[in-house]
Ligand binder design. Sequence first.
Ligand code: MTE
Ligand code: MO
Length: 314
Amino acid sequence: MLIKRPTDICPSEITDREIYRARRQFLQSVPAALAVAAAPGLFATPAFAAEKLPGVRKNPFSTNEQATPYKEVTTYNNFYEFGTDKADPAQAAKTLITRPWTVFVEGEVKNPRTYAIEDLLRLAPLEERIYRLRCVEGWSMVIPWAGFSLNEIIRRAEPTGNAKFVEFVSLHDPKQMPGQRSGVLDWPYVEGLRLDEAMHPLTLLAFGLYGEVLPQQNGAPLRLVVPWKYGFKSAKSIVRIRLVEKPPVSAWMRAAPGEYGFFSNVNPAVDHPRWSQARERRIGEFFKRATLPFNGYGEQVAQLYAGMDLKKYF
Ligand SMILES: Nc1nc2c(c(=O)[nH]1)N[C@H]1C(S)=C(S)[C@@H](COP(=O)(O)O)O[C@H]1N2
Ligand SMILES: [Mo]
């Protein structure tokens, strides 16, 4: 996103929704008993994207807007570890190995923990959260995620009085991630939130989408989703969650500090230095729509920034 202007390719013009529908119908026809029987094996073997996540509950945080079709959610991605073109990750990330996978929760905590992905997945009930995702480049989607609030993990780690921020580190493995053999970003991909943002119930740790295990290109086996911030804050394929005292320097701040601030709240009133943020194109739609402050989540999160000049703290 640093090096390109927003593209005008509309994936809905080039994808076949019928394939997706047929596949959904097939999945729905699998007897429930079979799905339950398959559950213990979940995450035990290399995961296939179509593996169903058991027991995902509905959640009131969901938008009732039309979800972006699965095909587009999974083929139009930013995941620079697998290339800078939006078609790259769906191709190149297929070989990302997501089992075994370990997540370290560490830093300013009384109770540091090392989780195997299987244990993390069982930490709290999975919820379906249908969230809007607004990319800083000017496109947006509506995605039915499956996961639980990040605060479930942070609470258990018991932050010390020094913990003010949370740093998220994505996997660094140039053998698996061809994009990391280039200097397009300073690897690994790092992102950060203020502790209160990380503790906010909307902030989601996602393990799946459309009721299935996350496809690699969407950040398997676990990724962050912070719906009121530009998409790049939602780090993918996380291996480390670190409570810290000082604001983390994200990979994007390091690459272009004048363009990407720490907060990165969706804000139609603050332009990116190279383009307006006033409007967005919902993937699959032709006409642009107005971008909403905090991506439409202002009622829930605006008070986190009371009294702050959001032009300065962009
Ligand atoms: N590790 C990592 N996480 C990342 C990115 C990335 O390049 N690397 N891209 C970000 C950007 S710019 C966006 S818009 C979202 C896209 O998430 P999606 O593919 O699920 O739509 O992932 C974010 N998380
Ligand atoms: Mo993005």
